[in-house]
Design a protein around this ligand. Sequence first.
Ligand code: HEC
Length: 127
Amino acid sequence: MSATIPSNVSQLFKISLLAVLSFFIVGCDDGPNQQSLLANAKSAMPQDAHIASIYQRSCQACHAVDESTAPLVGDKKAWQPRVEKGMDKLLDSVINGYAGMPPFGMCMDCSAQEFEALIQFMAGENS
Ligand code: HEC
């Protein structure tokens, strides 16, 4: 009886060691961390001056801040499943509003072309 206790303990030790190791391996594979993503999002700016001015007065307030649930500008991992919906669907989301995002993303006078340029910039496809 007494011999089974140490073997159980070492078994448990091995399992927890494995758990810790796999945590680190998965952790390393996670790409850029939230802090660097946020720093990138805050400094990113569309090259086109007109698009940049729209971005600054509307989208940036939600898409480059930590407190928001909006996908961060340039966070390709967050944008990937959205980009897969296709540009038409994304335009539709912005124009009609989507989850936490108000209709027109707070740019009431933006055209579809302007929204498209903003989306491409934010999804990191054209920056
Ligand atoms: C008031 C905050 C806010 C503003 C301003 C805002 N967004 Fe968003 N946006 C969000 C949030 C929150 C989501 C994520 C909603 C979700 O998936 O839960 C989002 C998601 C999106 C999506 C993905 C939609 C989808 O179908 O997955 C696009 C595209 C987008 N925003 C574009 C824009 C553009 C372009 C602007 C500026 C014109 C903008 N947003 C301004 C909050 C905002």
